[in-house]
Write a protein that binds this ligand. Structure first.
Ligand code: NAD
Length: 459
């Protein structure tokens, strides 16, 4: 039997429906990750040059925390939930049941290759599904560790890993999976949705885009700069929710740039491309692409940085002046998702101007707003559509199981983390249950004489 059919068959035995079974699998996964931390960390260093502390903070520790949280709450999430029943159906009871989809395909990217494979897997297991992981071919060391870890934890008819490139991934999406959970680019997201449509497979798309960061003049600039640069340089800017570009109030542009430079130098020194703790760009292709974004700008536009080292494949923080939101200076970096340590800055005169600029663009995955003014906070949060985000911080909204994480419009569909992940990997089955007695004849034909009564109780 082929492995996909074996998984379908295993799912239909009903074993994964048991909550104690799911909890045992989650605990097994927790132990395996805890015991193999070093190997995972080494693979992330080999693929992306991440330091052990960054790997723990942004990938391993995050996954362990998500596991602990899920283990603690799963029994409560999986319980059927009683809901009211309208008068016309009485006597009856109604409840919601969370049903696993079946066999789920999880396709992940290379930038957080461990986290973005394991976090959806946690939700898939919690939901009672079988799963197939397809990690990125661009992070082969982590893919190999994932394969070994998963094979050590679970039989292949329950959870397995497939490796390979675009062709292999495309072939998987053509199969009649019960759910596809895809994290990656908008371009490939479209292909996945098209393939899933042929089988009417429900699909979650976790995509990218250009996430803006707005800075108002009322915040302490050194703190704002530290939080922005921290988010920008985490994984050398190769983060889906990285602050892609800044919208800065005209009056603080110069002062903020100075603070950004100070923060970057404080974190990685004056020669970041030689700093072993500063991550590198994933591949020569992406390195070339990013260098191209810098060299396509004029000297005058480059406010800071613009340095790179081909040998270490690292690029320092590069701040680009892109004019104002009303008169932008054309720059390639403002045309596509940057996904690297390049930070274009545009200025604005009023927050309304910034909001107008944003609402004309595709809905971003994240938005960051630095201001202490409650009115401005409320106005921006209400008026600008985006996946999720932070006020006075960057990226942290992603690292909490209490907030849904996902995009909207061009940045994706569906969300996960914590309970939202459990919900993404389960179908809500609504059930109305009636007793056999009494059998009230109100709804049975002939109905002619009941119109007045129906109008009274059913509206
Ligand atoms: P990508 O879309 O190139 O690849 C992602 C995965 O899709 C890989 O495993 C790849 O093998 C697979 N793939 C390639 N062709 C395919 C096809 N035809 N059908 C099915 N799968 C296919 O993305 P990437 O370069 O690995 O990652 C970077 C992108 O991912 C960025 O756009 C970033 O914003 C986005 N991203 C989003 C999130 C999020 O949570 N929203 C997180 C990380 C990265």
């Amino acid at each position: 039997m082929n492995p996909f059919a074996a998984q379908k068959q295993f799912f239909h035995t009903g074993k994964t429906l048991s909550v104690p079974f799911r909890l045992r699998q989650l605990r097994r996964l927790y132990r395996a990750i805890w015991e193999n931390q070093k190997e995972i960390s080494n693979a992330l260093a080999a693929d992306l040059g991440k330091s052990p502390a960054e790997s723990y903070m942004a990938e391993i520790g995050f996954a362990l925390h998500e596991l602990r949280y899920t283990i603690r709450h799963l029994t409560e999430w999986a319980k059927p939930q009683r809901v009211p029943t309208p008068l016309i159906h009485q006597p009856a009871q109604s409840r919601l049941m969370r049903e696993p989809y079946g066999v789920c395909l999880i396709i992940s990217p290379w930038n957080y290759p461990f986290l973005l494979s394991i976090t959806p897997l946690i939700s898939a297991i919690a939901g009672g599904n079988c799963a197939v992981l397809k990690p990125s071919e661009l992070s082969p060391h982590t893919a190999a560790v994932l394969k070994k870890l998963i094979a050590g934890c679970f039989p292949s008819w329950y959870v397995r890993t497939v490796t390979g490139g675009a062709d292999r991934a495309a072939a998987e999406t053509a199969r009649p999976y019960d759910l596809i959970f895809f994290t990656g680019s908008q371009r490939v997201g479209r292909l996945v949705l098209e393939a899933a449509g042929k089988n009417l497979t429900p699909t979650v798309l976790e995509l990218g885009g250009k996430s803006p960061c707005i800075v108002e003049p009322d915040v302490p600039l050194s703190t704002a700069a530290r939080r922005i640069v921290w988010g920008k340089l985490l994984n050398a800017g190769q983060t889906c929710v990285v602050p892609d570009y800044l919208l800065v109030h005209q009056s603080i542009k110069g002062a903020l740039v100075q603070e950004l430079v100070r923060a970057a130098q404080g974190f990685y020194g004056s020669a970041p491309c030689q700093n072993p703790n500063y991550p590198r760009i994933i591949s020569p292709l992406h390195f070339e692409r990013l260098v191209g974004l810098i060299t396509s700008t004029s000297e005058k536009q480059r406010l800071f940085g613009g340095n790179w080292d081909e040998k270490t494949q690292k690029i320092s923080l590069s701040i680009l002046d892109c004019g104002s939101v009303t008169h932008p200076t054309p720059a390639l970096a403002m045309e596509e998702e940057i996904f690297g340590p390049i930070l274009p800055i545009l200025s604005y005169q009023s927050i309304e101007e910034a909001v107008r600029f944003l609402t004309k663009r595709p809905k971003p995955l994240a938005l960051y707003l630095f201001t202490q003014n409650k009115g401005t906070q409320q106005r921006v949060m209400e008026k600008v559509p985006f996946g999720s985000g932070c006020i006075n911080d960057t990226i942290s909204h992603l690292a909490t199981p209490y907030l849904p994480f996902g995009g909207v419009g061009a940045s994706g569909m569906g969300a996960y983390h914590g309970r939202f992940g459990f919900e993404a990997f389960t179908h809500t089955k609504g059930i109305l249950q009636k007793p056999m007695f009494p059998d009230i004849p109100l709804r049975y034909p002939p109905l002619e004489n009941r119109l007045a009564l129906l109008q009274k109780i059913w509206r």
